[in-house]
Design a protein around this ligand. Structure first.
Ligand code: OGA
Ligand code: ZN
Length: 375
């Protein structure tokens, strides 16, 4: 744990010096804006009361000193006094240059088909439900690897919704609170047939896209119907490595996705690859069934198609995929902004029945943040 050893003051603010030789310059405006006093932050809920427009634009430091590890500052021209505790300073200004980001590829463990020699990340459902440490590990797997398998989930219709309530909230859609994945006559979606489905993410035509998907297997007595998962962030990593220009086109050129049936017409114009302010991948999209007419300037199409083909070709590489058969009572919970899923075709004889549902990543991350703070 670093400690502050000294303080310097200059015209723009203060410079904190840490015991390992690192120094952190803190402008007067930043310090005034982050005042933790009761006039500037609600003492009960910690929310900001101070608005940036209330701070004089020419804010300066009149006096600053370290006392028992605390930083005491008097500002001018507003005469405000602020105090910053040692723990707050360590947590909030030691690494100003590092970004808070639990979504981007930088914060993840990327994987391929052979990455799970010791077994897939999995958790017994009773432990997930009743034991905070097991739940924390399972949710960490979703955050870091993008998925977890739950075993021994009761084969009760609607159980998938109860699973969600342990860590977040159900995201209801036009398919209902949950959707029945089984072969039907006149299916409004190829998912509801016995055909194979290539690697995809669900619902790219929805904005915002559901961040989490659950598939709970209630019956699995057909031949075939194996499940496949693939790390979309590994796929974008390979795309960028093999052809940076292709990566750039697919993150810059947005395309249209659409889903239509008798009651619904959902449309979204979004990129295959979404990046953050540092160019790191934060979301991928791919769903061959729901790509709409590709509207791009004709001059761009000749550059777009090779990139699109390259991306789709990586998503077909079997060495990047894991394959397993979901048995009755098993459930996969996965990050639908990162991990692609597929299913092999299955025979008409026997029964295959999954119930699926969506949830959002922010609820899961919030639950995990609390579990990490308390267990
Ligand atoms: C889906 C889907 C996979 C399966 O319903 O979105 O991809 O295993 N189903 O049936
Ligand atoms: Zn799907």
């Amino acid at each position: 744990m670093s400690r502050i050893v000294s303080l310097q003051q200059d015209a723009d603010g203060v410079i904190i010096e840490w015991d390992d030789g690192k120094s952190t310059p803190l402008p007067a405006m930043w310090l005034r804006d982050h005042c933790q006093g009761a006039e500037c932050r609600d003492p009960g809920n910690g929310q900001r009361l101070l608005n940036i427009t209330q701070i004089p634009p020419d804010i300066r430091i009149a006096r600053a000193e370290l006392r028992d590890g605390r930083l005491l500052v008097d500002f001018e021209p507003d005469g405000h006094h602020s105090e910053f505790g040692a723990a707050w300073l360590l947590q909030n200004c030691r690494d100003l240059e590092s970004q808070h980001d639990d979504r981007s590829e930088r914060a993840k463990q990327l994987w391929r088909g052979d990455s799970f020699a010791d077994g897939l990340p999995r958790c017994d459902y009773t432990s997930f439900r009743d034991d905070a440490t097991h739940q924390r590990e399972a949710l960490r797997a979703v955050r870091d690897l993008g998925f977890v398998l739950l075993d021994a989930v009761p084969c009760e219709p609607g159980e998938v919704l109860r699973v969600i309530r342990h860590f977040g909230y159900v995201r209801e859609t036009n398919y209902g609170p949950l959707f029945e994945v089984r072969a039907k006559v006149d299916a409004n979606n190829l998912a509801y047939t016995n055909l194979g489905l290539g690697c995809h993410l669900d619902n790219p035509y929805r904005d915002p896209v559901p961040g989490l998907q659950l598939l709970h297997c209630l019956a699995s007595s057909t031949d075939g119907g194996e499940s496949v998962l693939q790390d979309g962030f590994m796929a974008t990593h390979l795309l960028r490595e093999e052809n940076p220009g292709h990566f750039e086109i697919l993150s810059r050129q947005w395309i249209n996705f659409r889903f239509r049936d008798a009651d619904t017409d959902l449309r979204a114009r979004v990129p295959f690859i979404e990046v953050d302010d540092h160019g790191n991948v934060i979301k991928v999209r791919f769903n061959n069934r729901s790509i709409d007419t590709i509207h791009l300037p004709p001059a761009e199409l000749a550059r777009f198609y090779p990139a699109y083909r390259h991306w789709a070709e990586i998503l077909e590489r079997v060495e990047l995929q894991i394959e397993f058969k979901l048995e009755a009572g098993q459930l996969i919970l996965f990050d639908n902004t990162r991990v692609l899923h597929a299913r092999r075709a299955y025979a008409a004889i026997g029964t295959r029945h999954l119930q699926g549902a969506y949830s959002d990543l922010d609820g899961l991350y919030s639950r995990l943040n609390r579990l990490e703070a308390t267990t």
